[in-house]
Design a protein around this ligand. Structure first.
Ligand SMILES: NC(=O)C1=CN([C@@H]2O[C@H](COP(=O)(O)OP(=O)(O)OC[C@H]3O[C@@H](n4cnc5c(N)ncnc54)[C@H](OP(=O)(O)O)[C@@H]3O)[C@@H](O)[C@H]2O)C=CC1
Ligand SMILES: CC(C)CCC[C@@H](C)[C@H]1CC=C2C3=C(CC[C@@]21C)[C@@]1(C)CC[C@H](O)C(C)(C)[C@@H]1CC3
Length: 618
C-alpha cells in the first residue's frame, strides 16, 4: 500500500463532509489502520478525513496575475459560515475575468502599478435584501470590495455572490411555497408567490409541527391542569398530605369570591404599572420575520424591588397579608379565570394579525390547538408586551410573592418566631433563581417561549397561574407540615443547589456569550461546528458534555428545592417530577426547531454530543 501523500503539519485543502466546499486545513496525523487523516480546520474543528477528500493547496492557487478572492477576503474577513475562511467552490479557482474595455472604467492600481479595466455589475437595491447570514456576509464583502478596492478583478467573484444571493431567494420562495401549500392557505400562498415581499433577516421558515398531541392533547391539558392545581393546593392544606387522602367536598364558594378576584386584578394592574415605568435599559429581541427587532424595557428587578418595598410597608401598617393564604384557592381560581379571559382576547385579536406576526403553530387551522398554543408571537398594546410581561413580571414576581406569603403563614400557623430552616432554604433558593432570571432578563428574549411561541392559553395559564401557585408548592406544604432538618442535611442540599446552579449558569453564560460574539477571545478554547445557516453550534465545554446542559442544572436545582421538605410525603416532590417532565418534553421541541434550522449540521452535532441531558442515560 502506498504511504500517505501528506505529512504531519502540511497545509492543504479538505472537502467539508457532505458538501462540495473546500477549506484550508492542517494535517495533524495519519492513521495507517483506518487510512484517515486527522485534520484541523482553521476554526479549530478537528476531523478525520480520507485522502481522496484532501487536495494540495496548489490546485487552488490562482494563476499568475490574478488575485485569489479567498486571499483577498482573508484580509478583510467578516465572520463567515466557513470554518476559518470562505470556501472555494469545487475545484475551480477564481480567475481574473476578461473585461469589456468599452463599458469599464479605467482605474490605476497603486499597489501593482498596472492599469486594469474593471466592469462592475451594478447592484439593485433589492439585491441587498436577503434573509440568510451567508447572504449578509456576501453583501458585506460585496460592499467592501466596492468601497475599498477600485481595482476590482473580481467580476467573476461578484457574479458568484450574486448567484448565491439569487439561489437563496429562490430557495426562500420554494420553502414558502411548500410551507403554504401544506397549510392549504391558498390566498396567502398567492400573495407570497406572485407578490413576494422581501424579508430582511435570518428567519428560517418554520414548518408547523403538531405538539402536545394536537387538539386532543391540548383539550386534555386545559381541562386537567386547573383541577390538578386545586387538588395539589388542597392536599398541602390537609393534615394528612398523602396523595390518596383526598375527599373533595368543594363548593362553588371554596373556589370563587368576587372580592378576591378584585384583589387579584389589582395585583396585576400594579405589576403592569411597574412594567410600564420608564426605568431600566432597553434590550432588543431576536429578529422577526418582518426583519424588525422589538425593543423591551428590562425592569423586572426594579419591579421586584418596588413590590418588596410595598410588602414591607403593608407589613409595617399591619395589613393582613395572610388573607392571601386564607384565600389561596380563590386566588388561584381568579388567576385561572383571568388567564382564560386573556387567552380569549389573544385569540380574537390574532385574527387581525398578519401571517408574519403568527407563530408556526399559530398557523394551524384547528381552533382548540391554536387557542392552546397561541397564534400571535408578540401581542402588544402600544409598548405593553403581553407575553413578556406575563413571563417575567406576573410569573416570576408572583412566584416569589406567594412563597413569601407561605413563609408568613408558617410562622403564624406554627407559632414560630422565625421561619423554619426548611422554609428559609426553599424561599432563598427560589428567590435566588428568580433574581438570576431577572438579572439576566435580556437573555430570556431569545428563549423558546419569548422568541418562537405564540401567546395562548399554555403560556397565559402557565405564567399567571401555574408558576406562582404550583411552583410554590414546597413552601405551601411546609406551612402545615413542619420538617426538622439537620445542619448536615441542609449543607448537603445547599451544595446540591449550588452544583445545579453552577451548571445552569455557566452553560447559559457560555451559550449567550457565544451567540453575542462567536469570536470572543474568552471562548477561544471552545470548539464549534460551522453551520450552513450561519450561526455556529458550540460543541465543547458544557455544550459538548450534553446537548442541554442548562436543563440538567435546572433539574438538579429542582430536586434540591424539594429535599428540605423531608420524606414524609410525595406531594412536595411534585415540582421535581413536573420540571423534569417539562424539560424532557422541551428537549424534543427545541431539537425539532434546531433540526429544521441547522438541518444536517444538527445531526452532526448530535453525533458529536450523543446525550441530551444526562450522559449515558438520556
Ligand atoms: N423553570 C422552568 O419552568 C423553566 C426553565 N427554563 C429555563 O429557561 C432557559 C431557556 O430555555 P430554552 O429557551 O428552552 O432553551 P435554551 O436556552 O437551551 O435554548 C435553546 C436554543 O439554544 C440554541 N442552541 C442549542 N444548542 C446550541 C449549541 N450547541 N450551541 C449554541 N447554541 C445552541 C438554539 O437556538 P439558536 O439556534 O436560536 O441559537 C436552541 O434553540 C433554560 O435555562 C431553561 O432551563 C425553561 C422552561 C421552563
Ligand atoms: C398548561 C400547562 C400547565 C403548561 C405549563 C407550562 C409552563 C409552566 C411553562 C411554559 C413555559 C414556561 C416558562 C417559564 C416558567 C414555566 C412556563 C410558564 C419561565 C418563566 C421560567 C424562568 C425562565 O428563566 C424563563 C426562560 C423566563 C421561562 C420562560 C418559559
Amino acid at each position: 500500500m502506498p504511504g500517505p501523500r501528506f505529512s504531519d503539519g502540511d497545509s492543504a485543502m479538505a472537502r467539508w463532509p457532505g458538501s462540495n466546499l473546500y477549506f484550508e486545513i492542517q494535517i495533524l496525523s495519519f492513521d495507517s489502520g483506518s487510512q484517515l487523516y486527522s485534520v484541523l480546520f482553521k476554526d479549530g474543528t478537528e476531523m478525520n478525513i480520507k485522502e481522496s477528500d484532501i487536495r494540495s493547496l496548489n490546485i487552488f492557487r490562482p494563476k499568475r496575475g490574478s488575485a485569489s478572492p479567498s486571499r483577498r477576503r482573508s484580509r478583510s474577513r467578516t465572520r463567515s459560515r466557513s470554518p476559518g475562511r470562505t470556501p472555494t467552490q469545487g475545484r475551480s479557482p477564481a480567475r481574473t475575468p476578461k473585461t469589456d474595455p468599452k463599458s469599464s472604467p479605467v482605474v490605476r492600481d497603486s499597489r501593482k502599478g498596472d492599469i486594469l479595466k474593471v466592469h462592475l455589475t451594478p447592484l439593485k437595491p433589492q439585491d441587498f435584501i436577503v434573509e440568510t447570514r451567508n447572504g449578509k456576509d456576501a453583501i458585506t464583502r460585496h460592499a467592501k470590495l466596492y468601497r475599498e478596492s477600485p481595482v476590482i478583478q473580481a467580476e467573476e467573484e461578484l457574479k458568484v455572490y450574486e448567484k448565491q444571493i439569487k439561489n437563496q431567494k429562490v430557495l426562500r420562495y420554494i420553502q414558502r411555497k411548500e410551507y403554504f401549500a401544506e397549510s392549504e392557505n391558498k390566498d396567502v400562498n398567492k400573495k407570497f408567490i406572485l407578490n413576494p415581499e422581501p424579508t430582511r433577516n435570518i428567519v428560517p421558515v418554520e414548518k408547523p409541527v403538531v405538539e402536545f398531541g394536537g387538539a386532543i392533547g391540548a383539550t386534555l391539558v386545559m381541562l386537567s391542569m386547573p383541577p390538578l392545581l386545586y387538588y395539589l393546593l388542597h392536599m398541602c392544606a390537609q393534615k394528612d398530605a398523602s396523595l390518596w387522602n383526598f375527599y373533595p367536598h368543594w363548593t362553588f364558594r371554596d373556589l370563587w369570591e368576587s372580592t378576591v378576584f378584585g384583589y387579584f386584578a389589582l395585583w396585576i394592574l400594579l405589576l403592569e404599572l411597574f412594567y410600564l415605568l420608564p426605568i431600566g435599559p432597553i434590550a432588543h429581541g431576536v429578529p422577526l420575520a418582518t426583519g424588525k427587532r422589538l425593543s423591551y424595557r428590562i425592569n423586572g428587578l426594579f419591579a421586584l424591588f418596588f413590590i418588596g418595598v410595598l410588602v414591607a410597608v403593608l407589613l409595617y401598617y399591619k395589613i393582613n397579608l395572610l388573607y392571601v393564604y386564607q384565600h389561596l384557592h380563590q386566588f388561584a381560581a381568579s388567576a385561572t379565570l383571568l388567564s382564560v379571559i386573556l387567552s380569549a382576547y389573544l385569540f380574537v385579536r390574532s385574527r387581525k394579525a398578519s401571517q408574519e406576526e403568527l407563530s408556526a403553530a399559530g398557523k394551524s387551522r384547528n381552533f382548540i390547538y391554536t387557542f392552546f398554543m397561541g397564534r400571535e408571537l408578540n401581542p402588544r398594546i402600544g409598548k405593553f408586551d403581553l407575553k413578556h410581561f406575563s413571563a417575567v413580571h406576573a410569573a416570576l414576581i408572583g412566584w416569589v410573592f406567594i412563597n413569601f406569603i407561605m413563609l408568613l403563614a408558617e410562622m403564624d400557623i406554627q407559632q414560630l418566631e422565625s421561619p423554619s430552616a426548611s422554609m428559609i432554604s426553599v424561599n432563598a433558593f427560589q428567590l435566588f433563581y428568580v433574581l438570576h432570571a431577572l438579572w439576566n432578563q435580556e437573555s430570556m428574549l431569545s428563549s423558546l417561549d419569548i422568541a418562537h411561541e405564540g401567546f395562548g392559553f399554555m403560556l397565559a395559564f402557565g405564567n399567571l397561574v401555574w408558576v406562582p401557585f404550583a411552583y410554590s408548592l414546597q413552601a405551601a406544604y411546609l406551612v402545615k407540615h413542619p420538617v426538622e432538618i439537620s445542619w448536615a442535611v441542609l449543607g448537603a442540599v445547599v451544595a446540591m443547589n449550588t452544583f445545579g446552579y453552577i451548571i445552569f449558569r455557566s452553560a447559559n453564560n457560555q451559550k449567550n456569550a457565544f451567540r453575542r460574539n462567536p469570536e470572543d477571545p474568552r471562548l477561544s478554547y471552545l470548539k464549534s461546528i460551522p453551520t450552513s445557516c450561519g450561526s455556529p453550534l458550540l460543541a465543547s465545554g458544557w455544550w459538548g458534555f450534553v446537548r442541554h446542559p442548562n436543563y440538567l442544572g435546572d433539574i438538579i436545582m429542582a430536586w434540591a428545592w424539594c429535599l428540605p421538605c423531608g420524606f414524609n410525603d410525595v406531594l412536595p416532590y411534585f415540582y421535581g417530577f413536573f420540571l423534569t417532565g417539562l424539560l424532557i418534553h422541551r428537549v424534543s421541541r427545541v431539537e425539532h426547531r434546531c433540526r429544521q434550522k441547522y438541518s444536517h449540521d444538527w445531526d452532526k452535532y448530535c453525533h458529536l454530543v450523543p446525550y441530551r441531558i444526562l450522559p449515558y442515560v438520556y
